[in-house]
Structure formats: C-alpha cells, structure tokens
Design a protein around this ligand. Structure first.
Ligand SMILES: [Zn+2]
Length: 148
C-alpha cells in the first residue's frame, strides 16, 4: 500500500508545506495514514523542496501574485473567472515541478482537485512556453487528456 500511495502522500505533504501546517503531529498523522515511518515524511519534504537544485518548489507570495496578475483572474484550465484562484503547478510538485512562473498557472479549486497529480496543458500554453520551449515539450509529453 505504501509504495502505490507515494504520490498521494507527497501531495498531502506538499499541501501541508504550502499552507504552513506541517507540524510534528501532522507528520505523524500522515505517516499513520500512509503506513510509513515519520522519517519517510521527512524524506518527502527533502525531495519536494530540493526539486532539481531549484531553491524551492513552493511559490512565494510574490510569485503567486505575479501569476494571478499575468493570468488576469481566470482559471487556465477551464477558463472561468473565480473569486479564489490558486497558483497551480502545471507539472505537479509530486513530479518535482518547479515553483517558477513558467510552471505555475492560476487555477480554480475545482480544476486543481480534478487535475490532482496529472499534467494538463494550460490555456496560456503558447504564452508560457514561447521562451521556454523545452519545458513546454516536457508538459506535452506528460499531459493526460482525461477528466477535463
Ligand atoms: Zn478551473
């Protein structure tokens, strides 16, 4: 069970890290839920924050503001204008997607939840990858077309 759920576990760890709630008690709860050691959770944190040598895969408040300004308040998956948008990783944190503007788009909560750890091509793809075609190609190679 533990191995097949590593991605789900990492997503949970990622979310807790992102909203600042990853305390010792929560580490223990996640470890229990996914039947792993607390040490494995610490390892997840290391892996998630290392991300290919990047400083962090968690966007700062400044980066989040930049993303929402760029995307003009529209979810870049379904196109709706939502009051609450999150800066969503196009290539998910569980796949070591960076918290760089080219890997973050505004997304509504519904799309964020449905997308999960899959890769969807965002609506502003052409804009995002005009100057970074390598990352664009990576997204196209990883994309999943279900559940849009
Ligand atoms: Zn949406």
């Amino acid at each position: 069970m533990a191995h097949s759920n590593i991605n789900e576990r990492r997503i949970e760890v990622s979310r807790a890290l992102e909203n600042g709630s990853l305390c010792g008690k929560l580490r223990q709860e996640i470890a229990k839920k996914f039947e792993c050691s607390v040490g494995a959770i610490y390892y997840d944190v290391l892996e998630l924050t290392r991300a290919g040598g990047e400083v962090s895969i968690y966007p700062s408040a400044a980066v989040r503001a930049q993303i929402h300004e760029r995307d003009r308040g529209f979810c870049q998956y379904c196109g709706t204008s939502a009051a609450v948008l999150i800066a969503e990783h196009v290539i998910p944190m569980s796949m070591f997607g960076h918290a760089r503007p080219y890997n973050l788009v505004s997304a509504c909560d519904s799309c964020n939840r449905r997308k999960g750890s899959r890769v969807w091509v965002p609506r502003n793809f052409d804009l995002l990858y005009a100057e970074n075609p390598e990352w664009g190609e990576k997204i196209l190679s990883l994309q999943v077309r279900d559940l849009r």
